[in-house]
Design a protein around this ligand. Structure first.
Ligand SMILES: *Cc1c(COP(=O)(O)O)cnc(C)c1O
Length: 412
């Protein structure tokens, strides 16, 4: 112990995978149960473990790696900006924040941006926006605002956000819970309509539920939500943290139904896979409610994150990654379906957000993810019986075919 702590700790090249996992077991809180692979390098859609074994990354850090590992353009901007200026706080201005806001609002076809760092902070920001809008614009009596969300939702891990989770483990022993949320059945417009009251300020929806098991709602659902929100003067908030920025084969998943929310929450891929960058992007009416001192974040809008996010958006557009995800994702789903694997109940998703649901006989997805790791493909179960396949959007078609072969082999 003494020796280790006294010595230089800069590199860990002498530890093998088992030794690394032992350290994590001993010194890290057990809030994750990772696959037993210790990654030390990544490039594009591929990663290498400390022993040098190569794997195809079919999770992409839950869609934060839409551009792959170490995208050369994003990395260049990151390094250049890191040398120049990393952080000012919003107490001062910096020369990346303005262009970031201008470019992101243009990309989103929205008016204003409020920057944060993690996805959960973005969701919290949208909740605060909706509440303040409800009280100061809509005229809901103070303290009475209600936000409608959906069964099976995943919006992050703060105490307020877990308050409206419908997952037992997500909530258990983390109360008391934040009031002001109403949960209705995902996919049902009737259930939503029945839940709206004069105190409803917002509907918070994932256009496709990622963590909920890659659940695609019925056609017309998002348009229906938009109409109900218009009818009742309620803000529509789309959590596109996982589905946004090309993942589902469009700029945003709401684009599949040509719906424009009042607020869009972005995170994950917005940071180009190198920085935590999130943002709420929306209308002047909604985001206009903030005054100096109302809300903030020390790192939110930092020049390093802004520079990286600006380049990430440019890469998304220049490399036509949404179109690419649409095309290769469809080919992948078709190929898996055509194989008629005995263990598969359903293949679903849009673009490169793909869920493979196991049959009841096949059971949980996790053992198959472990088997796929042995085949050189890294992926993760979402809910118990769904395997999520969500590789970087720049993945070579030959590599995706290679992954499909292995998925078919393991699930046949
Ligand atoms: C990942 C995710 C979040 C939370 O993002 P963090 O950066 O982990 O806080 C919120 N909403 C959705 C839909 C997500 O997939």
């Amino acid at each position: 112990m003494t020796q280790v702590n006294d010595g230089p700790m800069a590199h860990t090249g002498d530890l093998n995978s088992d030794a690394h996992m032992q350290l994590v077991d001993q010194y890290s809180a057990r809030n994750y149960a990772p696959l037993p692979v210790v990654i030390s390098r990544g490039e594009g859609a591929w990663v290498w473990d400390v022993e040098g074994h190569k794997y195809l990354d079919c999770l992409s850090a839950y869609s934060a790696l839409n551009f792959g590992h170490s995208h050369p353009r994003i990395l260049d901007v990151f390094i250049e900006q890191a040398r120049r200026l990393t952080l000012t706080s919003r107490a001062f201005q910096n020369d990346q924040f303005g262009p970031f806001c201008q470019e992101l609002t243009a990309f989103c076809d929205m008016d204003l941006v409020l920057p944060m760092n993690t996805g959960a902070e973005g969701v919290e920001t949208a909740i605060k926006t909706a509440r303040k809008w409800g009280y100061t614009v809509k005229g809901v009596p103070d303290g009475k605002a209600q936000i409608i969300c959906f069964s099976g939702n995943f919006h992050g891990r703060t105490t307020t956000i877990v308050s409206f989770s419908t997952e037992e483990q997500t909530k258990a022993h983390f109360g008391p819970y934040t009031p002001g949320f109403v949960v209705v059945k995902y996919g049902s417009l009737d259930a939503l309509r029945a839940a709206i009251t004069p105190h409803t300020v917002a509907v918070l929806v994932e256009p496709i539920q990622g963590e909920g098991g890659v659940v695609v709602p019925p056609e017309g659902y998002l348009r229906g939500i938009r109409e109900l929100c218009d009818e009742h003067n309620v803000l529509m908030i789309a959590d596109e943290i996982q589905t946004g920025l090309g993942r589902t084969g469009r700029r945003f998943a709401v684009d599949h139904e040509e719906v424009k929310p009042d607020l869009v929450i972005l995170g994950k891929a917005l940071g180009g896979g190198v920085m935590p960058v999130s943002a709420v992007v929306g209308s002047k009416e909604a985001l206009g409610v903030f005054n100096p001192g109302d809300h903030g974040s020390t790192f939110g809008g930092n020049p390093l994150g802004c520079a990286v996010a600006r380049e990430a958006i440019r890469v998304l557009v220049d490399e036509k990654l949404a179109e690419r995800a649409d095309r290769v994702g469809k080919a992948f789903r078709d190929r898996i379906r055509a194989a008629n694997c005995s263990k598969i109940k359903e293949v679903r998703g849009k673009g490169l957000l793909i869920g493979i649901e196991m049959t009841p006989e096949a059971g949980a997805a996790k053992p198959y993810c472990k088997q796929l790791k042995g085949e050189g493909v890294l992926c993760k179960d979402t809910v118990d019986n769904v395997m999520r396949i969500a590789p970087p959007l720049m993945i070579a078609e030959a590599d995706l075919d290679w992954a499909a072969e292995r998925v078919i082999k393991v699930l046949s």
